[in-house]
Design a protein around this ligand. Structure first.
Ligand SMILES: Cc1cc2nc3c(=O)[nH]c(=O)nc-3n(C[C@H](O)[C@H](O)[C@H](O)COP(=O)(O)OP(=O)(O)OC[C@H]3O[C@@H](n4cnc5c(N)ncnc54)[C@H](O)[C@@H]3O)c2cc1C
Length: 537
């Protein structure tokens, strides 16, 4: 039995692991991928912080920008903590060995990102997430933290609204295992993978942890808010970071004219580009004026991606781009200690709704969030584990249910093709639950998803082997996206206004009566959505 069990080995999970371990408790990290494959490694642009207060930037500016981007749905107290701690967070990363890019005076360099006038984003060339993730993993190895790679979380074991552990399936041999723990931290990342083939996210971003939390009775929040990034490579959906515009890149229409201020908030820029595409026009990112030397210094990875995937050169060609689903603001509702509504269950990183991003996230704020709240989660869970003197073993109910379910999926006859549905769903979500929403389109998407939910019991897998059965794992992830897809649409239907990333053409104004977070709970198998005031706790 473990004191602290962490599910997810991205930036949030690994930070939590390091901080829990240093409190002297025993820690296990489980993840469906290897740590180095987590989504965090894809982050290119950077991580925000106010390193020095001066005429150019200060903590109050940072707080104001973050709150403004949240469109009144951020929790001011959480934002205050987050911004005030940003310098310490970067200093900790620097101390453990993250190789930040530096200026001629050896100070950490900072660049501009959208939604602010300040130069606030620290970076490591255009490999920021990768460098952070690798450094954290090195530290975990050094601290001899225990890992269980390639294990997929199936469900949480919750009894009397208290976490008791998890049920996982070992991807290598399909064995179902129960792992008991005094506390569990979910750090399973976001769910933009629902927008399959219309997202910058990896295939693994299927919101599994959030779906498990929902099934176990935890509160989710703000699930309607999905951020679309303005600049993904056209039809490839590979991200070109906001830093490209931060470094001075332009957005051009097909007549070669700039049509929007490039560093406006992401939702505004993405909608402007989508509208051009809707009229059949093309939009380009223009970096030619930066020159090869600058491009090689600040975005070598992206230059290579453009060359490999588009057969174009950043320094001499215009790059066709489109908006793409990028980040999910909603997730497991957590308090200032990252505690969820289930006792001793914590959540951090993109799977959580920690009160920072609200209706829209500032670029560079997610990497800061995963490290800031990864630390809080590790410390909170370690403290709770130490205080829990008596641990009552769970019944075998959840384990037996999951074991039976896996056997059933493997054995039952497959009467459909869930890959085809996943593809249809991605397109439907991009068009109907995307940058511009309205009742009719949302309802059509909901009808589709309910129909597919009813069909799930007739669907299954063709590969019946138990060794490295990718077909089985992808089916389990598919079940989670269907469940969360339903929640996203219902939340979007409930919010009859436009706010941040949630833009409704039938209610195109922000309304005071919706200055509240949405809260989702599963009650008697039914999704219940309500609005709650933001708690100034
Ligand atoms: C292309 C791209 C560029 C980005 N650039 C930036 C940037 O410049 N700045 C910024 O601030 N943000 C950026 N972001 C966002 C940021 O990278 C992510 O929000 C952040 O890294 C998420 O970290 P995480 O630790 O919460 O989750 P992840 O890194 O996604 O890790 C999730 C972990 O959970 C595991 N997991 C998931 N489901 C299960 C399951 N069922 N069982 C077991 N394990 C599971 C996964 O294997 C993985 O280890 C970018 C995102 C993308 C896609």
């Amino acid at each position: 039995m473990f004191d602290v069990l962490i599910v997810g080995s991205g930036g949030a999970g690994l930070t939590a692991a390091l901080n829990a371990k240093k409190e002297g408790v025993n820690v296990l990290v489980i993840s469906k991928t290897y740590p180095t494959h987590s989504q965090t490694c894809q982050a290119q642009g950077g991580i925000n912080a106010v390193l020095k207060e001066n005429s150019q930037d200060n903590i109050q500016n940072y707080k104001d920008d973050t709150y403004k981007a949240s469109h009144k749905l951020g929790n001011p107290l959480h934002i205050d903590f987050f911004c005030k701690n940003s310098k310490d967070t970067i200093e900790w990363l620097d101390k453990i060995g993250v190789p930040f890019s530096r200026d001629e005076n050896n100070n950490i360099s900072q660049r501009k990102f959208g939604g602010t006038k300040a130069q606030r984003t620290c970076y490591s060339s255009d490999y920021t997430g990768l460098k952070i993730l690798h450094t954290l993993y090195d530290q975990c190895i050094k601290e001899e933290i225990e890992f269980l790679h390639e294990h997929l979380l199936l469900n949480l074991i919750v009894e009397e609204n208290t976490i008791k552990g998890v049920v996982v399936v070992d991807i290598m041999n399909s064995e179902v295992k129960e792992i008991q723990a005094k506390t569990v931290i979910l750090a399973t990342g976001g769910h933009a993978g629902i927008y399959h083939q219309f997202t910058t996210n990896s295939y693994a971003s299927t919101g599994d942890g959030i779906a498990c939390a929902l099934r176990a009775g935890a509160k989710l929040s703000n699930m309607e808010f999905v951020q679309f990034h303005p600049t993904a490579l056209e039809n490839k959906n590979i991200l070109i970071s906001e830093s490209a515009r931060g470094e001075g890149g332009y957005l051009l229409d097909q007549n070669g004219k700039r049509f929007i201020e490039e560093l406006k908030p992401r939702d505004e820029v993405a909608r402007a580009i989508y509208e051009k595409h809707h009229k059949g026009e093309k939009v380009y990112l223009d970096l030619r004026h930066l020159g090869l030397e600058k491009i090689n210094e600040v975005m070598p990875q992206e230059r290579r991606l453009v060359k490999d995937f588009m057969k174009l050169n950043m320094e001499s060609d215009l790059i066709p781009i489109n908006p793409s689903a990028h980040y999910t603001m909603g997730g497991i509702l957590t308090d200032e200690n990252t505690q969820s509504s289930i006792k001793n269950l914590y959540a951090c990183g993109e799977c959580s709704q920690s009160g920072i991003h609200g209706a829209n996230r500032l670029g560079g704020n997610s990497l800061l969030e995963i490290v800031t709240y990864g630390k809080v989660a590790g410390l909170s869970a370690a403290k709770a584990a130490k205080e829990l003197l008596e641990y009552k073993e769970p019944s075998k109910e959840q384990y037996n249910k999951d074991k039976e379910s896996i056997t059933n999926i493997i054995e039952r006859e497959n009467q459909g093709d869930f890959y085809k549905i996943k593809k249809e769903l991605g397109k439907l979500f991009f068009n109907n639950v995307g940058l511009f929403r309205e009742e009719k389109k949302l309802t059509k998407a909901l009808d589709y998803i309910i129909k597919k939910e009813n069909e799930i019991k007739t669907l299954g897998i063709n590969d019946k082997s138990t060794i490295y059965n990718k077909n089985l794992i992808e089916f389990l992830e598919f079940q989670n996206i269907i469940q969360l897809g339903n929640v996203i649409i219902k939340s979007a239907l409930k919010r009859k206004e436009s706010r941040g990333a949630h833009f409704r053409t039938d209610y195109n104004e922000q309304k005071e009566e919706f200055d509240k977070i949405t809260v989702v709970k599963l009650e008697n198998e039914l999704i219940n959505i309500s609005f709650e005031e933001i708690l100034w706790n």
